[in-house]
Design a protein around this ligand. Structure first.
Ligand code: ADP
Ligand code: ZN
Length: 624
């Protein structure tokens, strides 16, 4: 089978996502590979598809038992023989699993790093044909990362002990340069194909609210999204308790999670959430690691977290299935004070040298500042986040509360032409600031020194504010009407596209922040916005199904729940929300139609196809 056929037959998808193919092809050519892709990008398929095509077994090293179980369940669901070996099994079960594995029963085996060095496992591995070792959550190998796990260092020794070196592939969502280099180096990847896909998650909508009455706001939101699954993060255990109680009192099916609860209760509550018994989870940041639930439709931060790293990681638990999902942050000044207190009184740091503690504290304060700015910026929120992580966005995403309420289309043709002409008339010899100062008519020694005060465009845009000029120039660079040289001087140059802009009748329109009156802009704008349905909002997903389809969707969802209960798996393992939404809008009538739905392969059709077909039939019959 080709990789395309495997994608369709087992996973039920028609096309690979950006990057997946690059990784798969490299692996199939026998190369090592490192994939750095954000949550929800589809890392698993990058090694699962080649695992099914390579001759022997693929071992997947994974740090968390819950992740392994989830993955193996999902694979078994689509007809792939897979198993996990970790401390949740008894010695007897492990023995049995290794026996089956040695007989070649499994194509994919998930294993905890601690297991690699045990005698029984080494004995098995020494005799089996292992085609690939895949390291999931590979950042755990780096001592620079936040989640360093010493047991990950076993991996290298283990690989060295194998009779033949397998292909080694590694995946993570952590993108700092240092961690990336560590992975390549410590794991000993050989000439790996390295893929880094952007941090942007298009399906996530971002919003900041500065509401006085957080509870009222929360209740309104949760009530309006009753059938959706969501997480509400609070900064303290006490807040978790009060918010959860409040929601329960208001008749919402909510549950809670924080480190102060007993292990049993934590486990029970977590399962209630994962199995969609309780759609709303109120939790501290202790909740979420290793939660693979793909249909989390919203993540609300009831309190502002300490930094954007934490915020983006937690908010990113929404929408792993790629469907539109919302990330909303409730800000209050008290949150900043709480964070400050936490930074200054961190228990973990008590043992450190005073100077080290000082440095870390300073760094944390700086991060907190940038988190706070996020709550007040008038810029595109997505852009703000991406810039924080060192990427460039394009100023306007159309899918955050700022873009939807604070931006307007502005015709900038005249400004753009003058900027371009200024660059041309100074023979493309100057950098961005000189060009801006020239058109703005700055009277500085530098401008006079370059004789730009004699340039025909000197002062021609003196009345436009500098900030706006800079935005237009950035836009010209982004749209490739201008470019900058790649050397230390970064001179502004014309491009092939420049002439299009100068042509008669050319128009350039861009999105710009509304020029708000003093004060009103900072606090007023976002509060009026009706979250969810603000004008022009890119939304699809269940909320946009027509009435008829919506009814069908609910019926399909009930059927999915029934099956999930019977089989004791989380509902999203049966079918994702995305699959059900498509099923509801396409309402296929036969097998052929069913296989066209994204997420339904041969095996899943055999298992569930008829049940869902008859559900569709009966709902549509009622409708007529
Ligand atoms: P990651 O591990 O990168 O966070 P996953 O591997 O869990 O992401 O994939 C996220 C979701 O995207 C899963 O529901 C998965 O089935 C789905 N997915 C992966 N690849 C594709 C594809 N090519 N087409 C459609 N959906 C996909
Ligand atoms: Zn935006």
């Amino acid at each position: 089978m080709t990789k395309q056929e495997i994608l369709k037959k087992y996973f039920g998808y028609d096309t690979f996502r950006t990057g997946q193919e690059v990784m798969i092809d490299a692996i199939l050519q026998g190369r090592d590979a490192l994939g750095i892709m954000p949550t929800g990008a589809g890392k698993s398929l990058c090694y699962q598809v080649p695992a099914l095509m390579l001759p022997g077994i693929t071992l997947v090293i994974s740090p968390l038992i819950s992740l392994m179980m989830d993955q193996v369940k999902a694979l078994n669901q689509v007809g792939v023989h897979a198993a996990y070996i970790n401390s949740s099994l008894t010695e007897g079960q492990i023995h049995k699993a290794l026996q089956y594995a040695a007989q070649g029963q499994y194509k994919i085996i998930y294993v905890a790093p601690e297991r690699l060095e045990t005698e029984s496992f080494l004995n098995f591995a020494g005799h089996a044909e292992i085609s690939m070792v895949t390291v999931d959550e590979a950042h755990c190998i780096s001592q620079w990362g936040q989640d360093f796990r010493p047991s990950y260092l076993n991996i290298v020794r283990f690989i060295e002990k194998l009779p033949a070196r397998p292909i080694v592939s590694a995946f993570t969502a952590t993108a700092t340069k240092q961690v990336q280099e560590d992975i390549v180096c410590v794991l000993g990847l050989m000439d790996p194909e390295i893929l880094v896909t952007g941090f942007n998650r298009e399906n996530l909508y971002f919003e900041v609210r500065r509401e006085k009455n957080k509870n009222a706001c929360l209740l309104e939101y949760v009530s309006a999204h009753r059938s959706d699954s969501g997480i509400i993060y609070c900064s303290t255990r006490k807040n978790v308790e009060t918010v959860c109680e409040f929601l329960e009192d208001m008749g919402i099916d909510a549950t809670r999670y924080h480190a102060g609860l007993g292990a049993d209760e934590r486990k029970r509550n977590q399962e209630d959430f994962i199995y969609d018994v309780k759609p709303v989870m109120v939790a501290t940041s202790a909740f979420g690691m290793g939660i693979d639930k793909s249909n989390v439709r919203y993540v609300i931060h009831y309190n502002m977290p300490q930094n954007l790293e934490n915020y983006y990681q937690e908010a990113g638990r929404a929408g792993r299935d790629g469907e539109p999902s919302e990330c909303i942050l409730y800000y209050s000044p008290q949150d900043v004070a709480t964070c400050q207190y936490m930074i200054e009184n961190s228990q973990e740091r008590q043992e450190l040298e005073p100077q080290v503690r000082e440095i870390l504290m300073e760094r944390d304060h700086e991060r907190l500042k940038r988190m706070t700015f996020y709550c007040f910026t008038n810029d595109c929120l997505r852009d703000y986040i991406l810039r924080y992580f060192g990427e460039y966005g394009n100023n306007y995403c159309g899918n955050c509360s700022n873009c939807l309420t604070r931006f307007e289309s502005v015709d900038v043709t005249e400004i753009a032409k003058k900027l371009v002409n200024c660059v041309g008339s100074s023979r493309q010899r100057y950098g961005i600031n000189v060009i801006l100062d020239t058109v703005h008519g700055a009277n500085t020694a530098k401008i006079r020194g370059y004789r730009m005060d004699q340039n025909p465009y000197y002062g021609c845009l003196a009345k436009v504010n500098m900030n706006k000029l800079r935005q237009v120039l950035n836009y010209l660079l982004l749209e490739n009407y201008l470019t900058v040289t790649n050397d230390e001087y970064t001179l502004v140059r014309l491009t092939d596209r420049t002439k299009d802009l100068l042509a008669d009748g050319a128009h350039l329109v861009m999105k710009m922040a509304k020029e708000t009156e003093k004060g009103a802009g900072a606090l007023g704008a976002s509060q009026g916005a009706d979250s969810g349905n603000a004008g022009g909002r890119k939304r699809k997903g269940a909320a946009w199904l027509e009435d008829e389809e919506r009814k069908l969707f609910e019926a399909l969802r009930a059927l999915r729940m029934e099956i999930a209960r019977e089989e004791k798996v989380p509902p999203y393992i049966v079918f994702s929300d995305k699959t059900l939404i498509q099923m509801a809008s396409l309402h296929p009538e036969d097998k052929e139609g069913m296989l066209k739905v994204s997420g339904i392969g041969e095996y899943k059709f055999e298992k569930y196809g008829e049940k869902f077909l008859s559900c569709i039939r009966s709902v549509r019959k009622q409708g007529r």
